[in-house]
Every structure is written in C-alpha cells, then in structure tokens.
Ligand binder design. Sequence first.
Ligand code: UD1
Length: 427
Amino acid sequence: MDKIIIRGGKRLSGTIPISGAKNAALTLIPCALLTEEPLTLRNLPRLADIDGFQHLMTQFGASTTVAGKRPEDFGRVVTMEAPRLTSTVAPYDLVRKMRASILVLGPLLARAGEATVSLPGGCAIGNRPIDLHLKVLEALGAEIELAQGYVRAAAPDGGLPGGDFTFPVVSVGATENALMTAVLANGTSRLFNAAREPEIVDLCNLLVAMGAEIEDIGSGDLTIHGVKRLFGTTYKVMPDRIEAGSYACAAAITGGDVLLEGAKEKEMAATLHALRNIGVICEVEKTGIRITADGPLKPVNLSTAPYPGLATDMQAQLMALLCRAEGTSVLTETIFENRYMHVPELARMGAHIETSGRTAIVHGVDRMTGAEVMATDLRASMSLIIAGLAAEGETQVRRIYHLDRGYERLEEKLAQAGADIERIGDE
Ligand code: UD1
C-alpha cells in the first residue's frame, strides 16, 4: 500500500489549483439517473470515490464517456446517459466502500418507482444512520422495507404523490435524496429544516437546469413542484470548499503565502472567519483567495455546525493548525460523535490535546516532530499531512487510500507549492 512521506519545515508559496467539489460531484452524478437524456458534468475531480460512483452507475445501465482531456489537466468532463434503467439494485459489493452510494436510492425510486440499495459503509466517523433518508422518502409517499442488509423503496401505483417533511436534525445526504426524489413526484413537496450546504445549492441548480421546479434554493425550507420529466444538460461542478480550506491550513501552518486558485469566498466564509481569528491573512483576489501567515498563530474556540456554520469536514485540519498556536484552543464537534480519531496520531507528532466527549482542548506546542502515522478517515488523514508539513524531520502517512478518496493529486499540488512530499509504494 502506498504511503506519503513529508520532510517538514518547508514554507509553502505559489498557487494551488482547487478541484471540483467531491461532495457536490457525488450528488450531481446520480442525477443522470433522472433522465433518458445525456448529462454532462464538467470539472469533475479525479478521485477514487468519483471513479467508484461512476462504476456504480453502470450497474443501472448508465453509459459513461470521459472527454479527451490531457492526463496532466485537473478536472474531467464526463457524460453519462441512462436511456433505460437496466437494474434498480445497488449490490453490497459496489456500495460497501462508499457511503455516498445511498444517494442512488432517491433517483432510482423517482425514475423507476422502485430501488433496492445495500446499506452503506464509508468513513468510520461515528455512527452514521440513514433513518432520515428513509423517513423523508416515506413522507414523499414511498413504501420502505429493510431486509438482509438492503433497503427497498417502492412508489405506490400511480407514482409518488410527494409530501411534506421536517428534518429533526440537518442532514446533507437525506436532503439530497429527498430533492432527487421530489423533483419527479406527482405533486408538491415541502422540506423544512433542510440542509443549506453549498453542495445542496449546486444540486438544486443542476436539477433546475434539467427542468425541475424548486423554490427558495439556498434556504432551509424548500418547495419542490414535481414535473413529468427532466432533460439532459451540461453543468460545471462547484469548487471544493473543503479542499481549499485544507490547503489554507497547510499554507498557514508553514507561515506560507499561497493563492488558492478558484476558491470562492462566500462558500468558505466560516473557515475564513476562523482562520482570520487565528491570525491568518485571507484576501479575496480575482482568481481565488490568497492565504498568508507571517505572525504567530492565535488560539481560538471553534464549534462545528451545519452550514453556514463551520463545516465538520474542516475540524481535523483546523485542529492540526491550532496545535501550533500560542495558547489553548477549544474545539467542539457537534455533527458527528467519534470524530477525533486524528488526536492520538497528532499526539505521536508532539501535539498536546485532551478530549472529553465532543470537546477537544488543544494546547499549542512550540514544535512538532515527524512520526509514522495513519488515519482512519479522509479529513483526519489530511490533518496529519498538515501537521507533517510543519513538523521537524520526516513524517510517514500510511493508509493514504483515504486521501485518494478526497484530494485530487494531493502530493503534486503541495510539491508544486514547495512542500517536500512524495508518494512511495510500501515494500
Ligand atoms: C455529508 C458529507 C460529509 C459531511 C457531512 C456533514 C457527502 C458525500 N458527505 O455527509 O462529508 O461531513 O455531510 O456536513 O456529502 N444523520 C442521522 N440520520 C440520517 C442521516 C444523518 O441521524 O439518516 C445524522 C448523522 O449521524 C450526523 C448528522 O445527521 O450526525 C449529519 O449527517 P449528514 O449531514 O447526513 O452527513 P452525510 O450526508 O452523510
């Protein structure tokens, strides 16, 4: 298995291009199941999770064509076309590695009137149920059954009527499944306390481009008027705000000066606010956001929250940065339990962090030292890369298949900005 080796202490400078957003792409791809016509997505990141999802799409009879871009280019143009669904079953073998596979449930149900999807696996960050996905589909009129590790959703004769649902907690994935179902229902649906993440807005914008009728996009209360059919279109995936935030932390911890090319201010507002409070300069330029850090890092108190709050997907990377702050910071993780699995690994690099339930107290340290580390989820792995960039000596990050799920050509982008980083095959 490959590992990444970093020799820390190099200041990052230059430009890091930001790829298309993984989490947006993972909900835009299954929209190809909603129409017989071709759907073309531009700026799709080259990631293991995206490849896995495209492979899953072929299970339902969707063909995939990748336009001839040069291998050295970032982003891809992919056309998917499902004139006829050949299956509505997502089997265990295809689903188990990727939790986002549950996002085919809504589109298959909406188009074919039924779907059978294996219960998902994915990142090991706490107990991640899918009860809200099922409850909202029920509210839209589906009949749901669970058996032998599969969920089966079926529309009544005459199709899904649509309906109203209030989410008891904000769920990105359940909102996405609900939207992709409600757009083809017979009637009007209303979703209250829906997720407002920029990736949800990206999904709504694509659905509208395909002919859907959605009101109050960007708000927590969405009204969807079902339409008879949707059409093909061409759509550009939004930039990855979490990738951009991760490289912002990387630049900051090295006292660097990096332009995050393509990053958008509005979607990253909470992260930029946190970084500015830490003492990092974040300037909006024409082509992206410039991150500069030349003074000491200040400790802060941060709490994750649904958008527009601070993304839980930024918690680990900000924690790595705060390990080098002058003083004590307090982080509170409100979205997922058990999302501090990077803490013992950061400790092996010299960090001083105490956790109690959902709270982590980070005592800043003067120096961190390289170590052999590994992480069990995507963003936790990125926090180890960030710490490694500032640590003295060599850091080896193992289990980097997590990173390959979410960071397009990570070592290439960081090396281009001056990091001493390489990927090597494990002996
Ligand atoms: C998505 C993102 C993930 C991000 C998360 C929160 C993708 C592919 N993944 O994950 O990177 O960390 O949003 O911003 O877009 N919950 C339930 N029942 C459900 C569904 C969720 O109780 O049926 C709970 C979860 O356990 C969690 C909270 O709701 O505590 C939020 O989860 P959710 O927003 O659904 O996360 P995902 O869509 O899985």
